[in-house]
Design a protein around this ligand. Structure first.
Ligand SMILES: Cc1cc2nc3c(=O)[nH]c(=O)nc-3n(C[C@H](O)[C@H](O)[C@H](O)COP(=O)(O)O)c2cc1C
Length: 204
């Protein structure tokens, strides 16, 4: 598939067929991710792959618990949070996905950017550049998934159950995103975009 075709064809897919995904396909997708550019070539990413149903079920139980805790806290404090209910729907997509890839920023890069470069950026700015690098990797991955016939969903709703995800992974990394991958069980129409003129200015 041409790059342009993949860019135009990619959609956020939220319903997947119950099919297994081959290790080779998962590897191809992750390899596309690690070819992304990264600030100072730090390659701050790490990928946790869940492609078996029982492991995913354990994670889903933790995620449910995280959402339940949050809703209960808000209920006790009389706070309405419709965003939590809507974010919870993403768990259905995770449940259906053939593979879930949780992407983290490696701890080493969060706490010590000690590569002897005379940085004039502060640590936070460097963290931003690491997050941008990871975003570039994820974009490569979802385009590669499109290229080889899979649907994908970039997921940040796991942040609502952040502590549970970290505990599940037993990691000290920062959890940045997750990606659902599977064969499409829906073909969403293209979502609208702001016109070019509204988001672009040629400065003269
Ligand atoms: C950083 C990021 C996080 C996202 N998190 C979620 C999510 O948790 N759940 C979800 O259903 N969609 C999520 N999305 C998908 C967006 O809703 C989607 O990209 C947007 O509506 C545009 O639709 P399209 O991807 O089909 O063009 C996320 C997208 C991005 C880039």
């Amino acid at each position: 598939m041409e790059l342009t075709e993949a860019i135009y064809k990619r959609r956020s897919v939220r319903k997947f067929k119950k099919e297994t995904i081959s290790l080779d396909d998962i590897n191809q997708i992750i390899k596309a991710g690690i070819l992304a550019p990264s600030a100072k070539n730090r390659q701050p990413w790490f990928f946790y792959v869940i492609n078996d149903e029982s492991t995913k079920e354990l994670l889903l139980q933790r995620l449910q618990k995280g959402f339940d805790n949050l809703l209960e806290q808000n209920r006790q404090n009389n706070i309405q949070r419709p965003d939590i209910e809507s974010a919870r729907l993403t768990l259905n997509s995770i449940e259906q996905a053939s593979a879930l890839i949780i992407v983290t920023c490696r701890k080493k890069y969060i706490f010590s950017h000690d590569d002897n470069v005379d940085w004039y950026l502060n640590a936070r700015d460097i963290e931003v550049s690491d997050l941008l690098s990871i975003g570039a990797a994820i974009e490569n991955m979802i385009l590669k998934a499109t290229d080889i016939g899979y649907g994908s969903l970039w997921v940040c709703d796991i942040f609502y159950a952040y502590a549970q995800v970290v505990e599940f992974l037993q990691t000290q990394d920062a959890v940045v995103s997750a990606i659902c991958i599977g064969r499409n069980n829906e073909f969403p129409i293209k979502k609208s975009r702001l016109p070019l003129e509204d988001v672009c200015l040629f400065i003269k």
